[in-house]
Ligand binder design. Structure first.
Ligand SMILES: NC(=O)c1ccc[n+]([C@@H]2O[C@H](COP(=O)([O-])OP(=O)(O)OC[C@H]3O[C@@H](n4cnc5c(N)ncnc54)[C@H](OP(=O)(O)O)[C@@H]3O)[C@@H](O)[C@H]2O)c1
Length: 155
C-alpha cells in the first residue's frame, strides 16, 4: 500500500518557508502515530525541514528514503534518485511530502491521509493539483481544529 499523508488548510496551503505554516499539536501527534515505525519517503526540501526538527535525534521511522539528486551524508536516511524504486514494494510506504513529491506520487497512491486544518493561513506552498474523483472517502474524524480524513482509490 502506498499512502500520501499531509495537512492542508482551507486554501490548500501546506508550507511556509519550508516549514509547516501552523503549529497544531494534535495533528503532529496524529502524523507521528500514523507514520511511526513505517517506511517513509520524502523529497529533499522536506528532509532539510525534518533535520531542523530532529537535529541529531533519530527519525521515528523504520526506513527513511529521500528522493534527491544530492549525496546526503546522514546515516538516518537512504537517498534515492529513481522515484519508481518504491512503487512495487510489498511493505506499506508513506509519502510524507512535500508538494513536488505529493504531485509525483499521487497517480500511484492507494490511500490519502488528509488532515484539513480549519482556517486560512499565510504561506507559499499549495496543493493545487488535487483531484479526489478517483478516491472514496472511507473515514472522517472531526475535532475543533482539524478534520482527519482517509481516502481510498476507487477499484
Ligand atoms: N503540510 C504538510 O503536511 C507538509 C508535509 C511535508 C512538507 N510540507 C511542505 O512542503 C514544502 C516542500 O515542498 P517542495 O515541493 O518544495 O519540496 P519536496 O517535495 O520536499 O522536495 C523537492 C525536491 O526533491 C527532489 N526531487 C523531486 N523529484 C525528484 C526526482 N524525480 N528525482 C530525484 N529527486 C527529486 C528535488 O531535490 P534535489 O534535486 O535538490 O535533490 C526537489 O527539489 C515545505 O513548505 C514543507 O513544509 C508540508
Amino acid at each position: 500500500m502506498l499512502a500520501l499523508i499531509w495537512a492542508m488548510d482551507e486554501s490548500n496551503l501546506i508550507g511556509k518557508d519550508n516549514k509547516m505554516p501552523w503549529h497544531i499539536k494534535e495533528d503532529l501527534i496524529y502524523f507521528k502515530k500514523m507514520t511511526k515505525d513505517h517506511i517513509v519517503l520524502m523529497g529533499y526540501n522536506t528532509y532539510l525541514s525534518m533535520t531542523s526538527y530532529y537535529k541529531n535525534r533519530p527519525f521515528p521511522y523504520k526506513k527513511t528514503y529521500v528522493l534527491t539528486h544530492h549525496n546526503i551524508d546522514d546515516e538516518r536516511v537512504i537517498p534515492i534518485d529513481d522515484f519508481e524504486f518504491v512503487l512495487n514494494m510489498k511493505e506499506d510506504i508513506f509519502i510524507t511530502g512535500g508538494k513536488t513529491i505529493y504531485q509525483l506520487y499521487l497517480p500511484f497512491a492507494d490511500r490519502l491521509y488528509i488532515s484539513y486544518i480549519k482556517g486560512v493561513h499565510e504561506g507559499d506552498t499549495y496543493i493545487d493539483f488535487l483531484d479526489l474523483d478517483k478516491f472514496n472517502l472511507i473515514s472522517e474524524t472531526i475535532t475543533d481544529e482539524v478534520r482527519y480524513t482517509i481516502y481510498e482509490r476507487k477499484k
